[in-house]
Design a protein around this ligand. Sequence first.
Ligand SMILES: C[S@@+](CC[C@H](N)C(=O)[O-])C[C@H]1O[C@@H](n2cnc3c(N)ncnc32)[C@H](O)[C@@H]1O
Length: 315
Amino acid sequence: MTDDTTCCEPAESGDRNQLTDDTTCCEPAESAPGTERDGRSDRPTNHVRERYAEIARKRNAGADQGRDDGADRGRDAETGRSDESGCEPGCGPDPIDPDERSRSVGYEDEDLAAAPDGANMGLGCGNPVAIAALEPGETVLDLGSGGGFDCFLAAREVGTEGTVIGVDMTPEMVERARENARESELDNVEFRLGEIEHLPVADESVDAIISNCVINLSAEKRRALAEARRVLRPGGRLAISDLVATEPLPDAVRRDPDLVSGCVGGVATVEEFEAWLAELGFADVEVIVEGEWDGTYEGESLPIVSARIEATKPT
Ligand SMILES: C[S@@+](CC[C@H](N)C(=O)[O-])C[C@H]1O[C@@H](n2cnc3c(N)ncnc32)[C@H](O)[C@@H]1O
């Protein structure tokens, strides 16, 4: 593993929360170490992006109309199935209230009160800020930041001397997060459009990386972890909340694009995470199961649990 993968920084603009289309990153060479495809499924990225764009659009529309409050929010008119809780197609509680869901995965009422209205979309499966032990003045990166909920909580921890960067590949999510940032009037949180497999972040510029229910959505998880290592400073740390499988999932589940985009089909096993992180040169690797996850497929319970994944980049 080398740290010579270069990456374009997004173009400077007067308002760093202004959405621009020029924030794409230079792709590392295909042969870069640690960037092989996982080979878990056909590239589901577009399907994943469409799903989260739709979730963001519905929430944006709801917010615009001042009705971001109903039990029918995001419910498919024909099937009645909830289609906005990104991580629960056919698994998990239904209907979902974002705050209720967040409490169930480890957030406190004071966390919910601390973030701007609408930042919490109830899409997480843990509380990575709670495990990251953030310090004032640190630079924090959130992989797959969605509406920005964890970024705003991290901003509280690192204070005005610190910086929080959220990266998300879905323009509608970035737009929403930037709108939330404007409302919050925090000037130490910024959101960048980009893929976690090609981070628009400079080498060795970040103290801590958090992520909440996103790595499972990546078709190139090992590459995303390699990118995380590239941008971490020596001694920097990973604090990831995600879903993991305690044994391999059935092929039919892994190949179903709806299950992949719903945070079910793409989950890696505990052993895969441990192996990737060790191969990439991380130290202090821990994959700790936190709780059961109510995932089913054709009536059968799936071996999926929520977990926290921690590691450090050696100094
Ligand atoms: C389940 S949501 C979680 C959002 C946020 N972390 C939270 O807890 O509310 C997944 C988010 O990750 C983003 N995402 C999925 N795959 C990504 C990738 N490969 N690169 C960047 N963002 C990605 C989606 O656009 C979506 O906003």
